[in-house]
Write a protein that binds this ligand. Structure first.
Ligand SMILES: [Zn+2]
Ligand SMILES: [Zn+2]
Length: 260
């Protein structure tokens, strides 16, 4: 996908399979004009995320790769940071300590339950309750003002578990809060390869976001070079059909636009 960007990529520093260099070379090969790395950073001691003490290593590796390949492709420094209510100050300190271009705020936990990695607790509560808890966390993440982009907005559908009721009211309320917070939502194409078999967020969600004039950016959530820019033609078609004709770019946490 020539000239496009991919803003959600993981390397071996978190749970990806390849180095920054391997990912960058694959992105150049695919003709992307801009990429952003976004390794996991998590306050909980999980194996799939960078711990705070290792963050200087990440900054050094990103700087090295920018120096080496910056004449061939724009390379941005992002992180995918787990949101935890009550931990806002600590999260703020981490963000401030790094020379970031953007911060993706993601919810992967409800309490101690890592719901996108551990399927075992679905069914313990009603699906409506699970969805409500999840989207209330997304609302808090948006209101925190910590993040630039909301990661995989409707990740809770990953295992094709859906609410019993029509939760449109909850979605509209969530969209209003995202708009009010001035946040961007990524169209993350990874969901297409998961049991839910559609992008995060869904086409219906994208309609809601568009009706609130909430800007979007584009990403593949790659954990392997072959996943870069996956399903991008379909994503671009969907964005245009929904009414989006530009996507967000970042540099130094400032937004600009890329026409699609
Ligand atoms: Zn994630
Ligand atoms: Zn990710």
């Amino acid at each position: 996908m020539r000239g496009l960007l991919d803003y959600h990529m993981h390397s071996v520093l978190s749970d990806g399979a390849a180095s920054y260099e391997e990912m960058t070379l694959a992105a150049i090969e695919k003709g992307l004009s801009e990429i952003g790395f976004s390794d996991h950073v998590c306050l909980k001691p999980v194996v799939w995320a960078m711990q705070e003490v290792d963050l200087p290593v990440m900054t050094r590796q990103i700087t090295d790769i920018q120096d080496k390949y910056g004449h061939l492709i724009n390379i941005r420094y992002g992180i995918e940071l787990d949101y935890f209510p009550g931990k806002e100050e600590h999260l703020h300190r981490i963000i401030q300590s790094l020379p970031l271009d953007y911060v993706i705020g993601s919810v992967h936990f409800m309490g101690d339950w890592n719901f996108d990695g551990d399927e075992s607790l679905y069914g313990k509560w009603s699906n409506d309750e699970v969805y409500e808890t999840y989207f209330h966390l997304i609302q808090k993440a948006a209101r925190s003002g910590l993040f630039d982009t909301i990661g995989h907005l409707d990740l809770i559908k990953k295992f094709a578990v859906y609410p019993e009721s029509d939760l449109k009211k909850l979605y509209l309320e969530t969209a209003a809060i995202i708009k009010e917070a001035g946040m961007v939502v990524e169209l993350n194409t990874a969901g297409f390869d998961k049991p839910c078999a559609e992008f995060y967020p869904s086409p219906q969600w994208l309609e809601i976001l568009h009706s609130f004039e909430i800007p979007v950016t584009l990403s593949s959530d790659s954990h392997h070079p072959r996943q870069l820019a996956r399903h991008y033609q379909q994503a671009i078609d969907l964005l245009k059909k929904t009414g989006y004709h530009q996507i967000v770019r970042y540099q130094g946490r400032k937004k600009s636009w890329l026409k699609i």
